[in-house]
Design a protein around this ligand. Sequence first.
Ligand code: FCB
Length: 464
Amino acid sequence: MADAPTTPDRSPETTTFPRGFRWGAATAAFQIEGSTSEGGRGESIWDVFTRTPGLVIDGSNAELAADSYRRYRDDVALLSGLGADDYRFSISWPRVQPGGTGPANEAGLAYYDRLVDELLAVGIAPVPTLYHWDLPQELEAAGGWLNRDTAYRLADYAGLVVDRLGDRVQRWITLNEPAMTTLQGYALGSQAPGHTLMMGALPTAHHQLLAHGLAVAAIRERGDAEVGITNNHTLMVPASDAPADQFAAGAFDLIYNRIFADPVLRGAYPDLSGFGLEAMPGLEPGDLELIGAPIDFYGINFYNPTRVAEPAEGSELAAAGLPFEPVEFENVPTTGFGWPIMPETFTELLVSFARDYGDRLPPIVITENGASFPDEVVGGAVTGAVHDERRIGYLDAHIAAVRAAIEQGADVQGYYLWSLTDNFEWAEGYTQRFGLVHVDFETGERTPKDSYAWYRDRIASARG
Ligand code: FCB
């Protein structure tokens, strides 16, 4: 593996950020909480997925995860030590509504109540995501996101949460990365619920976006909070100048980025005729008005660009009639996950959003950005240290890329680093560590890494 870029010296003008820029860290309930059987929590699609042999790379589950259900006070203290403005966490739907319908489970709501109060007590704004992939299993049994009704169920659940926390939460995120649920969860089967429907997965995109629109309405009905969605975006880089590769990059851009951004930001789906579709499957009259209703910020998760080629003959994607295939970049440093490290593409992506969506684009918040590396504690727990220079290199370069995008006209108003602690990385189990804080997955013990102190100092210098 090649080395990550080193930290260049920069002048104060380029290290400080505009006044009011918000710094934070992001996590997700299923990845950190553990205690999956506590407090009347119901089962989610991820409990079933992790139980199914062969689906999670190390055969692990999230019963301990980062043990945050029990150690949330430690997490808040760590956030406070960073000087964070905001904490993006997610609320577990099956804790609040064990089967995805009906009245709220008091113990579930009470947990988030305590977390919100703990944050506010140290001056950190809670920024909850209502849905970060942990669909109640009972709803999956009724069709999951293929079933339009799931969108209405999510809006009901959102109402229960906002009724309880809305007096203290100012900023809500409806959904996390609907593209991944559609592509990995329903098209390719690499994430829960593990379906392999290829293009048959498209209705799940529409139903999730409808859920977003209905949740925005449910939140607005209950007060004047700020609302946004988190989409993950990647800059598509054609593998060559050949027209077939250029076309492939455009087609993948449509499926991965634009199907999820256009209806929210423009109130319309892009033209899908290249995929033999007259309209988005599942679309009904009135849906686009809900989905395209104004939001207060647009959350972007960014990790890496994607190189795209025409599919090789006989490949799985070609067999499914898809005109694109992601391929590896050549001679580019990579993270522990093997993801290419190309921070300049982050600037390019942010600037392209500002250019392409113009006035329709509200302020952007980077709701996730970070990198996994195989970190090790040296010197033992408690007194131990983790020298994660490559993570620092990644973060420094990507925060600089955000600064450059602002310089070039993108209105970015916040940056939430993924992630506060090491955690359960979905189908990768415990093999990918993204945290600023190392977690011992046997005991839950936390050891701040060098990147933790670095981010604390970086936030301070950004404030000038
Ligand atoms: C994103 C997810 C998040 C985490 C990071 C590494 O796609 O939203 O939960 O797994 O990737």
